[in-house]
Structure formats: structure tokens, C-alpha cells
Design a protein around this ligand. Structure first.
Ligand code: UDP
Length: 354
């Protein structure tokens, strides 16, 4: 079979690394990079480190509003689908690239497979939630990471067939865990001691686009007792600069450029706790056995909260301090599969009757 895979941002490069090589062993894959993330630190480094195949198309459509970006991607992907005539289109996660790839395919009457289907935060103010819901209702094959995700889709009555494959990010996390645990280079470089610092990431529109909420985020980070390491997303850096807040933050927090997957994972494994508004990082913290404090009021990774490893605090500094002080749970059950989701994705695609 011939697949067109549409990816465009950092977490999608991680996810595709678990699938593309396996897919290519049996099928033809045309890889499309929409350019949603275009900085080398958010894009090229992931292709190099994780062995994602070089894109066949680089669309460079990263800038602009969500609507403008999605519309331009929709047009461009629609055109290339007409040229490539694939049997199916493969999309991942919840970004504008996911929705544009899925919708362009559906409009061209090409079947859509969605990896990481069924995730819901139930917060429609998040652009990602809109992308998830819409893509799931376009897809013919919905590959879910957990039973909770399958239940969400059953409740919504999606038209496509649902298959529980586990989470492809678990495959990647398992592959690099031992190397990350043994790697002290980044900790030494930043002057932090294993188990004695908090690793933070923040880039959700809901936290950084509104200057008042951005100010609360800065206060929260500056108020923490432990040293904080913050690999700074370009979107967040731009908003901090525009709000005149970057100087205050730099004075109290160790800021780095966005990191490659290997360095970030080494810092994650060495951290006492993680503070984040990322989806993927909540899950990776769980997999690494590092407690997570999530800077959001809702999450799509609800299993990590139910297991006691993740606490939702939004931007409440007191709640964050309380969550960081709590004891670490004893149990850490396998919530998102066994690290072989990539193979199950490929098997599901091969067995898909389209
Ligand atoms: N990540 C990284 N370097 C960083 C921050 C994150 O490699 O400086 C990785 C992280 O390990 C995870 C992915 O990027 O695999 C998460 O991406 P992001 O937080 O941008 O997206 P989300 O998961 O929130 O959609």
C-alpha cells in the first residue's frame, strides 16, 4: 500500500519515529512536513536524533494564525494528494497539521488513519481539542493509546473502526530510557544535581498568549523552592519578550534553548519533578517515574492523574508547591502499552480493508 504521512511539529516527529521505519519495511510512505515547526531546534534535530526519514515534501507553512495555517496546509496537502494518489493518509496527534492532513484526505476521498485518536481534555477552548475531535470524525481507522480513549470514541459514535494499539511515544521512551538515565552531561553542563531540580516546559496558547496568565506563570516559576530548568519554546520566548517579562524570569530560572530529544530525556530522568503544560511531557514523566505537576486545568492524559503521578494545578502557585511536596506513589502500572505500539499501528494499517 502507499501512504502519505502528514507531520509538522515536535511531538509528531517523535511519534513518527516509532512508525515510519516499520511502515517502510512493508509499504511505500511519502512523508510530508508541513513546516508547522520550522526552527532547527524544534524540527531538524528530531529527524537526526530519532532517525525519522527525510521528508519528501517540505511545505514551510508554519507562520500565522491557527486558521490561516490550517487553511494553507489544507490547500497544499490537497494538491499533493492529487499528484501522489495514495491508498491512505496517516496523521498523528492533535495539531493543525493533523486536521489539515485529515480533512484534505477526506475531501479527496482518501481514507484517513489517526494515530493517538480518542484523546480528550473536554476543553474546547484548546485549539488541540478541536483538532482531535474533528480528525477523529474524519478518520476511517482510529488507533488509540488507551481504553479511556476507546471509550471516548464509543461515546461520540465515530464512524471509523477503533483499534487499541498503545502509545507510540512509549516505544520511543523505552528505546532511549537507559541512555537517558546514564547521561549526566546535560545536568553537569547546567550545574544541577540529580533529583534536586524541577524541569519545566510551557507553551500552550492558553498559558502564554494572554499577558496576565503569562505573568502568573512567571510568578509561579520564580516562587518555587527547587532550582528550575526551563527549555524555552520559541512561542513562549516571543510572548515573554513582548510582555517585558523575560528579564525577570532569566534572573531566577535556568533557561535553555529548546533541547533535542536525547538531552531533554536525560534532564527528565534526572529531575525531582516535572512542571509542564505539554501533553507528551506529562506522559513521558510518568514513564520515567518522575512526578508531574501540570500547568493546566484539564488534561487528555487522565490516567496519569488517576494513578496519582500527575496533579492539575492550572497556574495556582500554592497548589503547585503543594503538589511538588506530595509523596511519590508506590505503584506505576503500564497505562499506555508495552512499547510495541509502532508494530501494532503498521499491522492495523496492513489489515485495514479500504
Ligand atoms: N521535547 C524535547 N525538547 C524540549 C521539550 C520537549 O525534545 O525542549 C520533547 C518531549 O520529550 C516530547 C515532545 O517534545 O517528546 C513534546 O512536545 P511538546 O511539548 O512541544 O508538544 P505536546 O506534547 O504538548 O503536543
Amino acid at each position: 500500500m502507499k501512504f502519505v504521512t502528514v507531520i509538522g511539529n515536535r511531538p509528531q516527529f517523535v511519534k513518527a519515529s516509532a512508525v515510519s521505519r516499520l511502515l517502510r519495511a512493508e509499504h511505500e510512505e511519502v512523508l510530508v512536513h508541513t513546516g508547522q515547526h520550522y526552527d532547527d531546534e524544534l524540527s531538524a534535530v528530531f529527524f537526526d536524533e530519532l532517525g525519522v526519514p527525510r521528508p519528501d515534501y517540505e511545505l514551510a507553512l508554519g507562520r500565522g494564525s491557527d486558521s490561516g495555517q490550517t487553511a494553507r496546509m489544507l490547500g497544499a496537502v490537497g494538491e499533493l494528494l492529487a499528484d501522489e494518489a495514495p491508498d491512505a493518509v496517516l496523521v498523528y496527534g492533535d495539531t493543525n497539521s493533523t486536521l489539515a492532513g485529515g480533512l484534505a484526505a477526506a475531501q479527496a476521498r482518501v481514507p484517513v488513519a489517526h494515530v493517538e485518536a480518542g484523546m480528550r481534555s473536554f476543553d474546547r477552548a484548546m485549539p488541540e481539542e478541536l483538532n482531535r475531535v474533528l480528525t477523529d470524525h474524519l478518520a476511517g481507522l482510529l488507533l488509540v493509546p488507551s481504553q479511556v480513549a476507546a471509550d471516548n470514541l464509543a461515546r461520540e459514535g465515530v464512524a471509523g473502526s477503533v483499534e487499541l494499539v498503545g502509545d507510540v511515544m512509549v516505544d520511543v521512551a523505552q528505546l532511549f530510557a537507559a541512555r537517558a538515565r546514564a547521561d549526566d552531561g546535560a545536568l553537569e553542563h547546567l550545574g544541577v544535581a540529580r533529583g534536586a531540580y524541577v524541569l519545566a516546559t510551557a507553551h500552550r496558547a492558553g498559558n502564554v498568549d494572554d499577558p496576565a496568565r503569562l505573568g502568573r506563570l512567571v510568578d509561579l516559576l520564580l516562587g518555587l523552592e527547587a532550582p528550575v530548568v526551563l527549555p524555552l519554546h520559541p512561542r513562549t520566548r516571543a510572548r515573554l519578550e513582548a510582555a517585558g517579562l523575560l528579564g525577570r524570569l532569566v534572573a531566577g530560572v535556568t533557561i535553555t534553548a529548546p533541547l533535542g530529544y536525547l538531552t531533554f530525556t536525560a534532564l527528565l530522568h534526572g529531575a525531582r519533578a516535572v512542571l509542564t503544560d505539554s501533553g507528551g511531557v506529562q506522559k513521558e514523566a510518568y514513564l520515567a517515574g518522575v512526578p508531574c505537576v501540570t500547568l493546566r486545568a484539564s488534561t487528555e492524559w487522565v490516567e496519569t492523574v488517576r494513578a496519582g503521578w500527575n496533579v492539575l494545578v492550572d497556574l495556582d502557585a500554592v497548589a503547585a508547591a503543594g503538589a511538588l511536596a506530595r509523596p511519590v506513589p508506590q505503584e506505576r502500572p503500564q497505562l499506555y502499552g508495552d512499547g510495541r505500539a509502532g508494530g501494532r499501528v503498521v499491522a492495523a494499517l496492513a489489515g485495514w480493508s479500504i
